[in-house]
Design a protein around this ligand. Structure first.
Ligand SMILES: Cc1cc2nc3c(=O)[nH]c(=O)nc-3n(C[C@H](O)[C@H](O)[C@H](O)COP(=O)(O)OP(=O)(O)OC[C@H]3O[C@@H](n4cnc5c(N)ncnc54)[C@H](O)[C@@H]3O)c2cc1C
Length: 409
């Protein structure tokens, strides 16, 4: 039932060359479309530090035949160790490794976001039917009888680009979402992430740095894991927007934070984590914003994918994974319907409930990770009693997902 459009009329336009846009481009090209991607950045900067790639995300990357390239730069931690941020004691641990492969058919990996993006971009550049327009910012999109016209500012000035459909993969602050879906901007979650990338050789000894390490404390928690083949470590600390309020002058200098003044605001924390802050490292702050609640993700020949559709907090480590899943489901939906609007509606009916459920779990995780001290005692006892396997199994339904099978014509 694949769509059979005239060659000159079957261009799909994609706004945004993030994880969701690039993966969607690869799947669209496989579905027989010509693809044009518009990316406002002139080059893809190595921003965003680390991502956890759970088996559901790995299944999509395997489907794109990128598994081996991913494994060459990713790390495969054998455990997630969960610590009490205030006294440093280990609460429990979750075993990853071979057991995960036996259960889900894929590994649980950690990777630098830029490495994943570069692999996806490389695969797109290898495809003759995909054109990537860097330094080209979409300003508007107009639907008409024959499809969509995108108005974009590029290196050669403003241009109009026509296609039969538009995938809006332009992230949490999507311009297409606000222009074409008559809806509000992204929503504050009241929290932000402080992130740093540290050379592994500069990390303190005495920690099991080959694993994913977590520290839980009231109102804040931290996650650390290796990236870039173990040569760097990704450190993420999630804190409320008023973090460091008392010593704001010392902590915030423009948008820059230093390990020393972050540590000063975490004075009740155990040295297990705060010793990582003493490093002479550049910290960046990332406001954690969510997508507004939408009742639809598609409007005619325009559809939202990735964070543009469902930006969520990172506490289930699933934002990019959801964008990868979106791309695979779009490909499947197109194989099932004879027009793009119908395919986009099918995609949205499959994806909206899952993304909402994952987003909800992410919110719950944050509450659990950051419980106030009195309640945290019961959480820690509960976690010890449950053990790592049961804790991991709270997300089993997420990890079990596999890309839908495309039936041959
Ligand atoms: C602290 C933190 C930790 C995280 N950890 C994980 C994790 O462990 N696992 C996981 O799966 N996810 C994680 N995530 C989430 C993940 O990073 C995001 O969900 C994912 O990167 C979003 O990808 P995207 O392609 O949808 O959007 P983006 O990455 O935002 O890409 C959008 C692209 O569109 C471009 N763009 C925007 N507007 C325009 C325009 N008008 N014209 C042209 N181009 C435009 C942008 O420049 C950008 O390149 C984490 C996020 C944070 C903040």
């Amino acid at each position: 039932m694949e769509m059979n459009f005239q060659k000159e009329r079957r261009t799909i336009l994609i706004c945004g060359a993030g994880i969701a846009g690039l993966a969607s481009a690869l799947f669209m090209s496989r579905a027989g479309f010509r693809v044009e991607i518009f990316e406002q950045a002139e080059k893809l900067d190595p921003i965003g530090s680390g991502l956890q790639l759970s088996p559901n995300a790995m299944h999509v990357l395997a489907e794109l035949e990128l598994e081996e390239q991913i494994k060459a730069v990713a790390s495969a931690p054998s455990k997630i160790e969960i610590h009490n941020g205030l006294n440093g004691k280990k609460i429990t641990q979750i075993l990853l490794g071979d057991g995960i492969v036996d259960k889900y058919g894929q590994q649980y990996l950690v990777i630098h976001r830029a490495d994943l993006q570069e692999i996806l971009l490389g695969a797109c550049l290898d495809e003759p039917d995909i054109q990537v327009r860097m330094g080209t910012a979409v300003q508007d999109a107009v639907s008409h009888a024959n499809g969509i016209t995108v108005i974009a500012d590029g290196p050669n000035g403003t241009g109009n680009y026509r296609g039969i459909g538009l995938l809006a993969a332009d992230g949490v602050n999507s311009i297409i979402r606000s222009e074409c879906f008559d809806c509000t901007k992204s929503i504050s979650t009241g929290t932000f992430a402080l992130r740093a990338l540290v050379k592994s050789q500069d990390m303190p000894t005495g920690l099991h740095l080959e694993n994913i390490l977590m520290w839980l404390a009231p109102n804040a928690h931290a996650v650390v894991y290796p990236v870039r083949n173990g040569t760097y470590h990704n450190i993420v600390l999630t804190v409320p927007d008023n973090f460091g309020e008392k010593s704001k002058e010392q902590i915030i200098s423009g948008n820059k934070f230093t390990g020393a003044n972050i540590a000063a605001s975490l004075d009740k924390w155990d040295i297990g984590f705060t010793q990582l802050l003493d490093l002479n490292t550049r910290w960046t702050s990332w406001p954690l914003r969510g997508a507004p609640k939408l009742d639809k993700w598609s409007e005619g020949s325009i559809v939202l994918v990735g964070d543009a559709a469902h930006a969520m907090t990172p506490h289930a480590a699933q934002g990019a994974a959801m964008g990868l899943e979106d791309a695979a489901v779009l490909r499947w939906a197109i194989s099932k319907r004879t027009s793009l609007p119908e395919a986009f509606r099918l995609y949205q009916s499959v994806r909206m409930p899952r993304a909402a459920a994952v987003s909800q779990l992410s919110g719950k995780n944050k509450k659990i990770y950051q419980l106030p001290q009195g309640l945290a005692i019961f959480r820690n006892m509960g976690m010890r009693y449950m053990g790592g396997e049961k804790i991991f199994n709270r997300q089993d339904w997420i990890y079990r997902w596999k890309p839908p099978i495309i039936e041959p014509n």
